[in-house]
Design a protein around this ligand. Structure first.
Ligand code: UT7
Length: 332
């Protein structure tokens, strides 16, 4: 028997049907398919349509699929954490809404807002609770309806983001697999480069804030890029060193999908071959908290018990980090 760890025992995802292509964006703003692909690697992204639909609708689809494929009784879930930057409402937490939609009647729930690093922050938080012995079955959701805070007349941001959500089931496991280590960091001085100006307590919504488009993502792309490209690779390198992992030991790198160039730089620094890097930015763009679970979901059938996997992310805050885990099962 080894130390009790939190192991991912199932993964599921959801992306909306509507596909927003680069060709459609060319009609909306002054951009080109060539610019978007060469600068970001994105060809299309999904958009959640429908009045009243929010992040919880995508998260609930992912959780329902997860419960069904893992034959899990919703009443056995003790905690649900939702990593999101676009909660359905300021309050209550989207975790509570998803819990209600999925019948998680015995679970407590809350959201974590760490922008694009939210999923790895949440996974680590949940893992620590399981390691402590306090909990045995936890669901972590990462998802965002980024289209709800994007200005579709701003070419610098509207080409990047998309909507989607993924969910993992974490269970206590003492066989040596599971979440092994995490490097998590943040630097709030980076907030000037990436934020949403209005709608919070510092600047509540008014007719003027709406008119001035202050409820959309404000991003100084180049400044964010410079930090992201360094910090995401730093975190991935540090977690490898700390755990004596060499590039050959790493089965998969699962990077946050913000920009193909940031992903490539992280893989290069780790010495990991392109064939071991999960990339779906071309089809989904940057779904913020959804990127990492959506990758794991799409690659699930290729994963094997004992695979060494490194997750890495960088996002608004600034927040960044990396998680090292050993995959817990062979997919049927
Ligand atoms: O999710 C976590 C946090 N976010 C990130 O990690 C994102 C990090 N940043 C980036 O990925 C990149 O900075 C962007 C993709 C946002 C922008 O790419 P870039 O290569 O840094 O472009 P830039 O902002 O330096 O702009 C270069 C040029 C500018 O024109 P001039 O001034 O050189 O004439 C922009 O106006 O490209 C122009 N431009 C565009 N042109 C066509 C900016 N957006 C577009 C566009 N289509 N959509």
């Amino acid at each position: 028997m080894q130390k009790v760890r939190a192991a991912i025992k199932g993964i599921h995802g959801y992306v909306p049907d509507y596909i927003l292509t680069n060709a459609e964006l060319e009609k909306m703003v002054d951009t080109t398919d060539e610019w978007i692909i060469s600068r970001t690697g994105i060809k299309e992204r999904r958009i959640l349509k429908g009045e009243g639909k929010g992040t919880s609708d995508m998260g609930a689809e992912a959780v329902k699929g997860l419960l069904s494929k893992t034959n899990t009784n919703p009443l056995d879930i003790e905690l649900i954490i939702v990593a999101t930057t676009t909660p359905d409402m300021q309050f209550p937490a989207t975790a509570n809404i998803i819990g209600d939609k999925c019948g998680l009647k015995n679970a407590f729930g809350y959201d974590i807002n760490a922008a694009c690093s939210g999923f790895i922050y949440s996974l680590t938080t949940a893992a620590r609770m399981i390691e402590s012995g306090a909990l045995k079955k936890v669901i972590v959701v990462g998802g965002d309806k980024m289209s709800s805070i994007i200005d579709y007349s701003d070419r610098q941001t509207c080409v990047i983001f998309g909507d989607g959500a993924g969910a993992v089931l974490l269970e206590a496991d003492d066989s040596g697999v599971g979440i092994i280590d995490a490097v998590l960091q943040s630097d709030g001085s980076g907030r000037v480069h990436l934020h949403q100006k209005a709608g919070g307590s510092a600047m509540p919504a008014t007719a003027e804030t709406v008119e001035k488009k202050l409820h959309y993502v404000y991003q100084e792309g180049q400044a964010v890029f410079k930090f992201a490209v360094t910090k995401m690779a730093d975190a991935a390198e540090e977690i490898m060193k700390r755990n004596n992992l060499h590039s050959d030991d790493v089965a998969w790198l699962v990077p946050h999908q913000a920009n193909k160039r940031i992903i490539d730089a992280t893989a290069r620094r780790m010495g990991v071959d392109d064939s071991k890097v999960m990339i779906n930015i071309d089809r989904y763009g940057n779904t913020t908290n959804g990127t990492i679970p959506l990758c794991l979901w799409e690659w699930e059938k290729k994963l094997h018990k004992g695979d060494n996997i490194v997750l890495a992310a960088f996002g608004g805050g600034f927040t960044w980090g990396a998680v090292y885990l050993k995959w817990a099962y062979d997919s049927k």
